[in-house]
Write a protein that binds this ligand. Sequence first.
Ligand SMILES: *[C@@H]1O[C@H](CO)[C@@H](O)[C@H](O)[C@H]1NC(C)=O
Ligand SMILES: *[C@@H]1O[C@H](CO)[C@@H](O)[C@H](O)[C@H]1NC(C)=O
Length: 210
Amino acid sequence: MDSLKIILSFTLLVSLSSATSVVDFCVADFRFPVTPAGYSCKNPANLTVDDFVFSSLSVPGNMSNIFNLGVVPAFDVTFPALNGLGLSMVRLDLGVGGVVPIHSHRASELILVIEGTIIAGFIGSDNTPYYKTLNKGDIMIFPASLLHFQVNNGNSPALAFVSLNSASPGFQTTTFALASNDLPTDVIQKITLLDTTQVRKLKTVFGGTN
Ligand SMILES: *[C@@H]1O[C@H](CO)[C@@H](O)[C@H](O)[C@H]1NC(C)=O
Ligand SMILES: *[C@@H]1O[C@H](CO)[C@@H](O)[C@H](O)[C@H]1NC(C)=O
C-alpha cells in the first residue's frame, strides 16, 4: 500500500514538474522585440485557423543563385505560429548539380528526400565525415551545431523537406560568414590558409569588401 502511495506521489511530481507552459500556443507578435524565450504572444482573441496554416512551401524558392538552390523557410519570422514550439520546416529545391553549401545551426535537422538523389553529410566534431547518397524516401539526421551540406548528384532536379527542432535555428553558412562582409582579406587568409587571390574571388562572388 505504501509503495503504491510513493509511486503515485512520484508520478504526480513528475507530471507537475513537466507542466511548464501556461498557454497552449503563442503566435508571435512582431510589435515587440524577440527575447531568448521567443516573441510576445498575439492576443488569442484575434487569432483564426489561418494563423496556424502556412502555404508557401507549395512552390520552390528562387533558384537564380550560384548554388542553383531554392530555399523556402517556415521559421517563426515567416510562420509566427511556430513561436515557442521548438520546431520548423524548410523546402529545398536543388537543380541538377545544385548545392546547399556547408553550414551549421543551433538545432538538429532531419531531411526527407521527396525527389531525386542527394549526397548529404555532416562533419563530426572530431572531423569524421559522415556522408551518403540519399534517394527518394530516405531521411538523415544532422546533429545540432555540426557543419553539414547537401548536393544534388543526380540527372534531374531534387526536392527535399527538412524539419528542425527550433523555430529559429540560426543558419550560418561558412562561405557567407567568410566572404559576404568586411572581414579583412589578410585576416581571412591567415585564419583559413586560403590564397589571397582565392579570398578576393570569394568576396567578389558573395559581395564582401576589404
Ligand atoms: C484584438 O482583440 C481585442 C479584443 O480581444 C481587440 O480589442 C483588439 O482591437 C484586437 N486587435 C486587433 C489588431 O485586431
Ligand atoms: C530571383 O533572384 C534573383 C537574384 O537575386 C533576382 O534578380 C530575381 O529578381 C529573383 N526572382 C524573383 C521572381 O524574385
